[in-house]
Design a protein around this ligand. Structure first.
Ligand SMILES: *Cc1c(COP(=O)(O)O)cnc(C)c1O
Length: 398
């Protein structure tokens, strides 16, 4: 028997190996390169176009000047762990001990990887929503576990109770959620979260919730972290990051909060992955977490206005646009434009119209859902000027 090495399992799980064995670059790399080549407005990759708040960047510069350039403590600086715990209590009413129930990681990505490598064994099942953040499938592939999905349905991309109960079963080791949701911009309704908690409890599965868009929920809607649902706290790791909240995707400072036993398990892996990271960025992120409510409200308002601008423009261009309630993204279905293969259409849009987006199928290469195959994900974390120009190109050509 020949065994597939873990790296190839990850590549296969991400759908990056062609029938002839060629390993392709991710669609994000491909679309960004194509966008640069054709001078297109890149509404593909989700990085913000504006700089971080000044107190946050100034704190990082000051920390470097003050000599905070060596290994920080393994679990993160006490200052940042304290700020994370205070932040969770301030916004979500959750109390966590900064010494035992908070872990600082190299971005949300390392937190997810450490949790998965710590808790999931080959042959287990990991359940995610579909579509899903692309790294999830690759990480499940690394562990040798089986990836099971709960499809998001309807205009507002919600799971059904039946699909939740069908996916989470006796072999489920981990339910890996992302809420608010990338790529669809949906916010999972509390009743569905409660159903997921009940199913996870029934089958003694761990819940890992990637909530990097926790502050980017629009229209004054409250955000319910799954950890706040009764019965969740003792089996749930919540993951977030400075990347999206403070517009510093290059800093790679993230964190997880949860019960001490689960944090200890993730810590055991994390200490041998990166050990630590971002010494001078940690105090700066602590400053960010302590910013006044006005910072968080203003960022929400600005992004919601950009969502409205882009959504209206996409509708005017003939797409069927799903409502985006959070995150950086809106999904637009190109089926009304006669498109069934959004992968091909994404290349065409980039080359001919000068606007780049990501085909939704990149977020579940195996999905047979017609809507996933004909839809695109557009990022609205861009300046008003870029969004207006993208809309102009989509509605009236270059
Ligand atoms: C951007 C993003 C991440 C990555 O966060 P880092 O802190 O940069 O590692 C993780 N999950 C989702 C859903 C994201 O959109």
């Amino acid at each position: 028997m020949t065994t597939t090495p873990p790296w190839l399992r990850a590549i296969d799980a991400a759908g990056l190996r062609d029938a002839d064995g060629t390993v392709r670059a991710t669609i994000f790399a491909e679309m960004s390169a194509l966008a640069a080549q054709h001078d297109a407005i890149n509404l593909g990759q989700g990085y913000p176009d504006e700089d971080a708040p000044a107190p946050v960047t100034e704190a990082a510069i000051a920390a470097i000047r003050a000599g905070l350039n060596q290994y920080p403590p393994g679990r993160g600086t006490p200052e940042l762990r304290g700020a994370v715990a205070e932040h969770r209590e301030r916004f979500f009413g959750e109390r966590r001990d900064p010494d035992t129930e908070v872990l600082i990681t190299a971005g949300a990505t390392e937190a997810i990887a450490a949790a998965m490598l710590a808790l999931v064994s080959a042959g287990d099942e990991v359940v995610t929503l579909s579509p899903f953040y692309d790294a999830y499938a690759a990480m499940v592939g690394l562990t040798g576990a089986r990836h099971v999905t709960i499809p998001l349905e309807g205009d507002d991309f919600q799971p059904t109770a039946a699909a939740i109960d069908a996916a989470i079963g006796p072999n489920t080791r981990m339910v890996l959620l992302n809420n608010p949701h990338n790529p669809t911009g949906s916010v999972i309704a509390p009743e569905h979260l409660a159903r997921i908690v009940a199913a996870a409890a029934r089958h003694d599965a761990v819940i890992v919730s990637d909530e990097v868009y926790e502050h980017l929920v629009f229209d004054d809607a409250p955000f319910t972290p799954i950890a706040s649902i009764p019965g969740a706290a003792e089996r749930c790791l919540t993951i977030s990051s400075a990347a999206k909240t403070f517009r510093v995707t290059g800093w790679k400072v993230g964190w997880m909060t949860g019960p001490a036993e689960l944090i200890d398990a993730a810590m055991a892996v994390k200490q041998y992955l990166t050990y630590v990271n971002g010494a001078p960025f940690q105090p700066a992120v602590a400053v960010g977490l302590g910013l006044g409510d006005d910072y968080f409200a203003e960022q929400r308002r600005t992004l919601a206005a950009r969502r409205d601008r882009l959504s209206a423009g996409l509708a005017a261009a003939g797409f069927a646009v799903s409502p985006s309630r959070g995150s950086y993204f809106v999904v637009a279905d190109a089926a009304p434009l006669g498109v069934s293969d959004a992968k091909r259409y994404a290349r065409e849009l980039t080359v001919e119209r000068g606007v780049a987006a990501i085909p939704l199928a990149a977020f579940d290469p195996r999905s047979r859902d017609a809507r996933i195959r004909s839809s695109l994900r557009f990022a609205f974390c861009r300046t008003d000027g870029q969004i207006d120009e993208a809309v102009r190109r989509l509605t009236s050509g270059r």
